[in-house]
Write a protein that binds this ligand. Structure first.
Ligand code: GSH
Length: 204
Protein backbone atom coordinates (compact mmCIF):
# COMPACT_ATOMS: atom_id res chain seq x y z
CA UNK A 1 0.00 0.00 0.00
CA UNK A 2 1.12 3.57 -0.66
CA UNK A 3 2.60 5.22 2.39
CA UNK A 4 2.55 9.01 2.36
CA UNK A 5 4.71 10.91 4.83
CA UNK A 6 2.51 13.82 5.67
CA UNK A 7 2.16 16.79 7.97
CA UNK A 8 -0.66 19.24 8.38
CA UNK A 9 -0.72 22.09 5.90
CA UNK A 10 2.11 20.63 3.82
CA UNK A 11 2.20 19.75 0.14
CA UNK A 12 1.39 16.15 1.09
CA UNK A 13 -2.26 17.24 0.93
CA UNK A 14 -1.93 17.21 -2.88
CA UNK A 15 -1.07 13.54 -2.80
CA UNK A 16 -3.71 12.55 -0.24
CA UNK A 17 -6.40 14.48 -2.12
CA UNK A 18 -5.53 12.71 -5.36
CA UNK A 19 -5.61 9.28 -3.67
CA UNK A 20 -9.02 10.14 -2.22
CA UNK A 21 -10.35 11.17 -5.60
CA UNK A 22 -9.04 8.07 -7.30
CA UNK A 23 -9.97 5.72 -4.47
CA UNK A 24 -6.36 4.57 -4.18
CA UNK A 25 -5.71 3.05 -0.75
CA UNK A 26 -2.96 4.73 1.25
CA UNK A 27 -1.69 5.11 4.75
CA UNK A 28 -0.06 8.16 6.27
CA UNK A 29 2.96 8.47 8.51
CA UNK A 30 4.07 11.48 10.50
CA UNK A 31 6.58 13.67 8.68
CA UNK A 32 8.00 16.56 10.62
CA UNK A 33 10.92 18.57 9.30
CA UNK A 34 11.48 20.02 12.78
CA UNK A 35 11.53 16.68 14.62
CA UNK A 36 11.93 14.05 11.91
CA UNK A 37 11.51 10.43 12.94
CA UNK A 38 14.26 7.96 12.07
CA UNK A 39 11.84 6.32 9.63
CA UNK A 40 11.17 9.61 7.85
CA UNK A 41 14.87 10.50 7.71
CA UNK A 42 15.59 7.10 6.16
CA UNK A 43 12.96 7.63 3.47
CA UNK A 44 13.83 11.26 2.79
CA UNK A 45 17.28 12.47 3.89
CA UNK A 46 16.27 15.95 2.66
CA UNK A 47 13.46 15.91 5.27
CA UNK A 48 11.09 17.80 3.02
CA UNK A 49 7.38 16.96 3.07
CA UNK A 50 5.93 14.95 1.48
CA UNK A 51 7.75 11.70 0.89
CA UNK A 52 6.14 8.55 -0.40
CA UNK A 53 6.89 4.85 -0.43
CA UNK A 54 5.27 2.34 -2.74
CA UNK A 55 7.01 -1.00 -2.41
CA UNK A 56 10.57 -0.40 -3.54
CA UNK A 57 9.71 3.03 -4.94
CA UNK A 58 10.57 6.12 -2.90
CA UNK A 59 9.69 9.64 -3.98
CA UNK A 60 10.19 13.09 -2.48
CA UNK A 61 8.56 15.41 -5.04
CA UNK A 62 4.82 15.99 -4.62
CA UNK A 63 3.78 16.69 -8.21
CA UNK A 64 5.90 13.79 -9.47
CA UNK A 65 4.07 11.60 -6.95
CA UNK A 66 0.76 12.72 -8.43
CA UNK A 67 1.88 11.91 -11.96
CA UNK A 68 3.16 8.53 -10.75
CA UNK A 69 -0.10 7.69 -8.96
CA UNK A 70 -2.25 8.69 -11.96
CA UNK A 71 -0.10 6.63 -14.32
CA UNK A 72 0.31 3.60 -12.12
CA UNK A 73 -3.10 3.43 -10.45
CA UNK A 74 -5.18 5.01 -13.23
CA UNK A 75 -6.70 5.42 -15.63
CA UNK A 76 -8.41 8.38 -14.05
CA UNK A 77 -10.59 11.03 -15.55
CA UNK A 78 -8.54 13.58 -13.59
CA UNK A 79 -5.60 13.14 -15.94
CA UNK A 80 -5.73 14.94 -19.29
CA UNK A 81 -4.10 12.91 -22.03
CA UNK A 82 -1.89 14.36 -24.81
CA UNK A 83 -4.57 13.73 -27.42
CA UNK A 84 -7.24 15.59 -25.43
CA UNK A 85 -8.06 19.30 -25.61
CA UNK A 86 -6.50 21.32 -22.82
CA UNK A 87 -3.50 19.01 -22.40
CA UNK A 88 -0.96 21.86 -22.58
CA UNK A 89 -2.84 23.87 -19.92
CA UNK A 90 -3.23 20.81 -17.72
CA UNK A 91 0.48 20.07 -17.88
CA UNK A 92 1.44 23.67 -17.37
CA UNK A 93 -0.71 24.27 -14.29
CA UNK A 94 0.07 20.88 -12.82
CA UNK A 95 3.72 21.99 -12.64
CA UNK A 96 3.06 25.69 -12.13
CA UNK A 97 1.51 25.15 -8.69
CA UNK A 98 4.87 23.97 -7.41
CA UNK A 99 7.56 25.31 -9.73
CA UNK A 100 5.87 28.62 -10.46
CA UNK A 101 4.27 29.46 -7.11
CA UNK A 102 4.94 27.27 -4.06
CA UNK A 103 8.70 27.11 -4.61
CA UNK A 104 8.81 30.87 -4.03
CA UNK A 105 7.06 30.34 -0.70
CA UNK A 106 9.78 28.36 1.04
CA UNK A 107 12.40 31.13 1.25
CA UNK A 108 9.68 33.65 2.11
CA UNK A 109 8.35 31.56 5.00
CA UNK A 110 11.89 30.79 6.18
CA UNK A 111 12.84 34.48 6.11
CA UNK A 112 9.68 35.68 7.82
CA UNK A 113 9.74 33.04 10.58
CA UNK A 114 13.34 31.98 10.99
CA UNK A 115 15.60 34.87 10.04
CA UNK A 116 17.05 37.18 12.69
CA UNK A 117 14.60 40.00 13.47
CA UNK A 118 16.51 42.63 11.51
CA UNK A 119 16.38 40.48 8.36
CA UNK A 120 12.74 39.32 8.43
CA UNK A 121 11.58 42.14 6.15
CA UNK A 122 14.54 42.18 3.81
CA UNK A 123 14.46 43.02 0.10
CA UNK A 124 14.29 39.39 -1.02
CA UNK A 125 11.30 38.67 1.22
CA UNK A 126 9.51 41.62 -0.39
CA UNK A 127 10.42 40.39 -3.85
CA UNK A 128 9.15 36.87 -3.09
CA UNK A 129 5.85 38.18 -1.74
CA UNK A 130 5.30 40.25 -4.87
CA UNK A 131 6.33 37.35 -7.11
CA UNK A 132 3.83 34.99 -5.45
CA UNK A 133 0.98 37.51 -5.56
CA UNK A 134 1.73 38.23 -9.22
CA UNK A 135 1.58 34.55 -10.07
CA UNK A 136 -1.62 33.95 -8.12
CA UNK A 137 -3.16 36.87 -9.97
CA UNK A 138 -2.04 35.26 -13.22
CA UNK A 139 -3.79 32.02 -12.28
CA UNK A 140 -6.93 33.99 -11.39
CA UNK A 141 -6.84 35.76 -14.74
CA UNK A 142 -6.39 32.53 -16.63
CA UNK A 143 -9.26 30.90 -14.75
CA UNK A 144 -11.35 33.98 -15.46
CA UNK A 145 -10.78 33.43 -19.14
CA UNK A 146 -13.02 30.42 -19.06
CA UNK A 147 -16.20 31.28 -20.87
CA UNK A 148 -19.28 32.07 -18.85
CA UNK A 149 -20.84 29.07 -20.47
CA UNK A 150 -18.09 26.88 -19.12
CA UNK A 151 -18.50 28.18 -15.59
CA UNK A 152 -22.29 27.78 -15.74
CA UNK A 153 -21.82 24.27 -16.97
CA UNK A 154 -19.49 23.43 -14.08
CA UNK A 155 -21.97 24.86 -11.58
CA UNK A 156 -24.78 22.89 -13.20
CA UNK A 157 -22.79 19.72 -12.86
CA UNK A 158 -22.09 20.57 -9.21
CA UNK A 159 -18.32 20.53 -9.60
CA UNK A 160 -17.50 23.93 -8.12
CA UNK A 161 -19.82 23.40 -5.16
CA UNK A 162 -18.18 20.05 -4.62
CA UNK A 163 -14.75 21.67 -4.36
CA UNK A 164 -15.98 23.94 -1.55
CA UNK A 165 -17.77 21.08 0.20
CA UNK A 166 -14.63 18.97 -0.09
CA UNK A 167 -12.51 21.62 1.62
CA UNK A 168 -14.95 21.67 4.53
CA UNK A 169 -14.93 17.89 4.81
CA UNK A 170 -11.22 17.51 5.42
CA UNK A 171 -10.44 17.37 9.12
CA UNK A 172 -7.09 16.96 10.78
CA UNK A 173 -6.22 15.12 13.92
CA UNK A 174 -3.60 16.35 16.37
CA UNK A 175 -0.73 14.57 14.66
CA UNK A 176 -1.61 16.30 11.40
CA UNK A 177 -3.17 13.27 9.72
CA UNK A 178 -6.14 13.98 7.55
CA UNK A 179 -9.48 12.48 8.32
CA UNK A 180 -11.60 12.71 5.23
CA UNK A 181 -15.19 11.73 5.76
CA UNK A 182 -15.89 8.37 4.16
CA UNK A 183 -18.68 9.54 1.85
CA UNK A 184 -16.15 11.73 0.03
CA UNK A 185 -14.33 8.65 -1.10
CA UNK A 186 -17.22 7.87 -3.41
CA UNK A 187 -17.56 11.32 -4.94
CA UNK A 188 -15.88 12.44 -8.14
CA UNK A 189 -14.20 15.82 -8.16
CA UNK A 190 -13.31 17.78 -11.25
CA UNK A 191 -11.23 20.45 -9.57
CA UNK A 192 -7.82 19.51 -10.96
CA UNK A 193 -9.24 19.71 -14.47
CA UNK A 194 -10.70 23.18 -14.15
CA UNK A 195 -7.88 25.15 -15.74
CA UNK A 196 -7.35 22.58 -18.41
CA UNK A 197 -10.71 21.94 -19.95
CA UNK A 198 -13.02 23.89 -22.17
CA UNK A 199 -11.09 27.13 -22.30
CA UNK A 200 -8.39 28.21 -24.66
CA UNK A 201 -4.88 26.90 -24.23
CA UNK A 202 -2.93 28.98 -21.76
CA UNK A 203 0.58 30.14 -22.49
CA UNK A 204 2.46 31.95 -19.78
N1 GSH B 1 9.15 20.59 -4.42
C1 GSH B 1 8.88 19.87 -3.24
C2 GSH B 1 8.88 20.85 -2.07
C3 GSH B 1 8.76 20.16 -0.73
C4 GSH B 1 8.80 21.16 0.39
O1 GSH B 1 9.55 22.15 0.34
N2 GSH B 1 7.99 20.94 1.41
C5 GSH B 1 7.98 21.83 2.55
C6 GSH B 1 6.73 21.59 3.36
S1 GSH B 1 5.27 21.85 2.43
C7 GSH B 1 9.18 21.54 3.41
O2 GSH B 1 9.47 20.38 3.65
N3 GSH B 1 9.90 22.59 3.85
C8 GSH B 1 11.02 22.43 4.71
C9 GSH B 1 12.34 22.53 3.98
O3 GSH B 1 12.37 22.95 2.81
O4 GSH B 1 13.35 22.19 4.59
C10 GSH B 1 7.55 19.14 -3.35
O5 GSH B 1 6.65 19.64 -4.06
O6 GSH B 1 7.39 18.05 -2.78
Amino acid sequence: MLKVYHSQGARSLRVLWLCEEMGVPYETAEASFFKPSDEFKAINPLRTVPAMQDGDVRMIESVAMMIYIMSKYGPTDLEVKPNEPGYASYLQFLLFGEAGVAAYGNPLVATRFMAPDDQKQNWTAGYLKTAILKRLEFVGTMLGRQTLHRRRSLHRRGHLGLVHRHRRQVRWDRSGHSRIRPRLRRQPLAAPRLPARGGSEVRA
